[in-house]
Structures are given as structure tokens and as C-alpha cells.
Design a protein around this ligand. Structure first.
Ligand SMILES: Cc1cc2nc3c(=O)[nH]c(=O)nc-3n(C[C@H](O)[C@H](O)[C@H](O)COP(=O)(O)OP(=O)(O)OC[C@H]3O[C@@H](n4cnc5c(N)ncnc54)[C@H](O)[C@@H]3O)c2cc1C
Length: 411
């Protein structure tokens, strides 16, 4: 990071840009590289891209690209992803081959970590950000750190239509890519500014909700949670609102003092939009491959110690206490331990945002706005959210690359 800061002069003064990227996170960095790759594919020098076929830059002219990033470093959130290991894509994602090729071009190799999840070969998120950063530096992209964008406006001017009001002053751009993220993880920089920019230019915004976020439980659950705090266990979790089952997810569950966490709970949290808050519950099945009667037979042979061969000790103790000595009740609890849910932990603990600029207001092949010529969106600013496993970063890279390339060719 020392080297990064050296290369990063805090830029003062205003600029006129061919392409301005708002937000230097995963999508913004991929967009800037997409511009460079677009230039390279046309046989142009990406750091001083003289315009030829397609790009609207005059021959011999340098393409001026800037990333406006409010943090003092780009890609801060990338470092927090995958518990510092960065689960950067998944072999099951749409467009995964393109993402892999993109990173290969940057010299980053990947290795699989189960269920198609891909991580950098180094096992460190810093390698991912480093590879992106190296490439941007090579390409000569102007990265305006600590330069928060306050507003973006599309004017009537035809040549340089966009006005960007940033902390450093007023800037102008021919094309703008909005990559300022959603509202999840505000401590990493994304506080929902994409939505204000989009609305100001006539786009609608589907109300943002925290997703991939732990769930909180009703106060009445506190004693049970206190007994289970810290327990991690594999299960099949089902989410209900009143009598309606909203969905189910299998994977690791983690009990906390306030509620439920772990991958299966994070995935279920994506389904909470529109759910009746006061009738939510999560039902946990700790033996999804066994029927209740099979379980009863196993437990009944060795009561109450039979539970210890099935569940972690603290969970076995709670189930034993609630099921007393009845094999029927114990098997029922193992198949269906229910917790009343009160809500979610909120933006600070959310990994992604559900909601954002509707995808039908954007052309899918170019990420270009259908409303404003020259305006593009990428990443979490848009109404896309995926399950855990690399789907969200895959979207950020892919949509960023597409937007960058399309902005370069003015598609
Ligand atoms: C703890 C955590 C772990 C995660 N782990 C994974 C994982 O392993 N795999 C996975 O696929 N996904 C993961 N995600 C989700 C993934 O990180 C996001 O979906 C992805 O980073 C979104 O990329 P983005 O570029 O759209 O937004 P962001 O990464 O949020 O970047 C937006 C950038 O815009 C900047 N910005 C915001 N407003 C302004 C402004 N007004 N002016 C200038 N700059 C601005 C921000 O500072 C930020 O740098 C995780 C998220 C979190 C929080």
C-alpha cells in the first residue's frame, strides 16, 4: 500500500474527461481496465489510446479516463471479501469464463475452494486488488483518491454533456460510468450515492435492502441463543413468513447472541423483501438426509446420550432440555428447531444490497442507460444480488468490464 500511495497523488483541480468512472471499487476498477482492454483489442495503446475505429477519440489524441474514489485507497471492500481471501467468482456463474480470462490477462491465477468457488491462488484478497491496481497504473488511468463525487448532471451540451461536482471542484466528461456501489458495508465507502446520481438523471431505484446479512431473533429467543452462542453446524434452513415458505438453503449456520448467521442464513436474507416482519421464523433441520422416524429409531436406542452422536454438544444439550426424554419430541426438534426472527443486522453487516437501478432501464449487452446517452452503470448500483459463493463479485467484474468496453466504443 505504501507504493500505492506513492503512485497516488491526491489530484487537485478540475478535469475534462472522455470517460469518468464514479467509484473505484470492484466494478469501477474493472470498468477502467475494460476501457483499456477495449483499446488493446483494437490494436491501440491503452495508456494513450489514440482513437480509431469506433472510439470517438481523434487519432493521436490521448483518451482521458478518471476514476473518482472517495476513499484514500481504491478497492477497499475487495480486501474484506471472503474473509480476506476474496471469493472472486464461481465456475457456476454466468460469464465466469470471461472473468477468469480477465484475471488471467492481469496475471492472477485462481484455485477452487469447493462448490465452484474460486479464490486467488495466493489465498489473499490483496493479490486481487494488487493485480487490478497494477494494471490501472500501467494503463495510466487517473485515479482521483479522496475525491468524493457530490452530484452528477447530464446537461444539454452535445460534446461534453456530463458535469461532475466533486470535492475537488467541477469536472466535465463525455461519458460517465456509475460504479459507486449500493449501501452494504458503508464502512468500506458505499453509502448509496449511486441512487442519488441515478435518480437525478431520471432513473428509478428499487428501494435498497440489506442482503447477505445475519438475522436477528425476537427477545424471547435470547436465553436459547445465549446457550448456543458460537455453535457452528451444517443444516437445512427454511424461512417462513406466516404460513408461507419463502425459501430454503443448506449450509453452515452460526448461532450468535443476537440471532442467526452463516451462509445459509445470509442466502435466505435475500428473500425478506415484502415479508411480513412480525411473522418471520427460521426452521432448522439438522439431519436433512434422515426422516423423522429414522431419527427416532437412532435416538430411542440411547436416550438421552443418543443426541451427542448427531449434534454439537451445546446444541444437543438444548435439544435434550426442550425435548425431555421423548424420542418423538427430540426427533421433531432435530428436524425442525424453530427461531422467531425479528429482522436483520442492517447495512454495516450486510455483504450486498438487494435493490437499486432496475436492470430493465439498462441495455444488458453494454450496461448503457436506456434513458441518457453516454451514461453507464455497473456493479451493486444496479438491482442485482446473488447468493454467497462469488456471484456478487462476478457481477461487479463482468458488468464493469462490459460498461468500460462499451463506453470506450461509445456503444
Ligand atoms: C464483508 C464483505 C464480504 C464480501 N465477500 C464477498 C465474496 O467473497 N464474494 C463475492 O462475490 N462478493 C462478496 N461481497 C460483495 C462484494 O464485495 C460486492 O458485491 C462488490 O464489492 C460490489 O462492487 P461495486 O464496485 O459495485 O461496489 P463497491 O465495492 O462497494 O465499490 C463502490 C466504490 O465507490 C466508492 N464511492 C461511493 N460513493 C462515492 C462517491 N460519492 N464518490 C466517489 N466514490 C464513491 C466507494 O468508496 C467504493 O470504493 C462481500 C461484501 C462484504 C461487505
Amino acid at each position: 500500500m505504501g507504493a500505492m500511495r506513492e503512485k497516488h497523488v491526491k489530484l487537485e483541480g478540475t478535469g475534462v474527461y472522455d470517460i469518468a468512472i464514479i467509484g473505484g471499487g470492484a466494478a469501477g476498477m474493472a470498468a477502467a481496465i475494460g476501457i483499456g482492454l477495449g483499446a488493446k483489442n483494437r490494436g491501440l495503446n491503452s495508456s494513450a489510446a489514440s482513437g480509431r475505429q469506433g472510439s470517438r477519440v481523434a487519432p493521436g489524441e490521448r483518451l482521458r479516463v478518471a476514476i473518482f474514489e472517495k476513499n484514500s485507497e481504491p478497492g477497499k471492500k475487495i480486501l474484506a471479501t471472503g474473509n480476506g481471501r476474496c471469493n472472486l467468482t464461481n465456475t457456476r456463474c454466468d460469464g465466469f469464463e470471461d472473468v477468469r480470462a480477465f484475471f488471467l490477462e492481469l496475471g492472477l491465477l485462481m484455485r477452487e475452494g469447493g462448490d465452484g468457488r474460486l479464490y486467488p491462488m495466493s489465498g489473499q484478497a490483496t493479490s486481487v486488488r494488487g493485480a487490478l491496481w497494477e494494471c490501472l497504473t500501467r494503463m495510466g488511468t487517473e485515479t482521483r483518491l479522496e475525491d468524493e463525487v457530490l452530484s452528477v448532471r447530464a446537461t444539454e451540451r452535445t460534446e461534453i454533456p456530463f458535469e461532475i461536482n466533486a470535492k475537488s471542484g467541477m469536472h466535465a466528461a463525455k461519458r460517465v460510468i456509475i460504479c459507486a456501489g449500493g449501501k452494504a458495508g458503508p464502512q468500506h465507502g458505499s453509502t448509496g450515492d449511486s441512487y442519488a446520481f441515478a435518480r437525478a438523471m431520471g432513473h428509478s431505484v428499487i428501494s435498497p435492502l440489506p442482503a447477505l446479512v445475519p438475522m436477528t431473533c425476537a427477545d424471547a429467543e435470547r436465553p436459547r441463543l445465549a446457550a448456543l452462542k458460537g455453535v457452528r453446524v451444517k443444516c437445512l434452513a427454511s424461512l417462513f413468513s406466516g404460513g408461507a415458505k419463502l425459501g430454503q438453503s443448506a449450509g453452515e449456520l452460526q448461532f450468535t447472541e443476537y440471532g442467526l448467521s452463516g451462509i445459509c442464513i445470509l442466502d435466505l436474507s435475500r428473500l425478506l423483501r415484502g415479508a411480513e416482519k412480525n411473522s418471520l421464523r427460521v426452521c432448522l433441520d439438522f439431519a436433512p438426509r434422515l426422516s423423522e422416524s429414522e431419527l427416532k429409531t437412532v435416538i430411542g436406542k440411547n436416550l438421552p446420550a443418543g443426541l451427542d452422536g448427531i449434534l454439537p454438544a451445546k446444541l444437543a444439550a438444548l435439544v435434550a432440555q426442550e425435548g425431555r426424554d421423548s424420542a418423538d419430541a427430540l426427533a421433531g426438534l432435530i428436524k425442525n428447531l424453530t427461531f422467531v426472527v425479528s429482522g436483520t443486522k442492517g447495512w454495516k453487516e450486510a455483504q450486498v444490497t438487494a435493490g437499486g437501478v432496475p436492470l430493465d432501464e439498462i441495455r444488458a449487452s453494454t450496461m448503457r442507460s436506456k434513458l441518457i446517452p453516454g451514461l453507464y452503470f455497473a456493479g451493486e448500483a444496479l438491482n442485482y444480488d446473488g447468493v454467497c459463493g462469488g456471484y456478487n463479485l462476478n457481477w461487479a467484474w463482468l458488468s464493469g468490464m462490459k460498461a468500460g468496453r462499451a463506453a470506450f466504443f461509445d456503444e
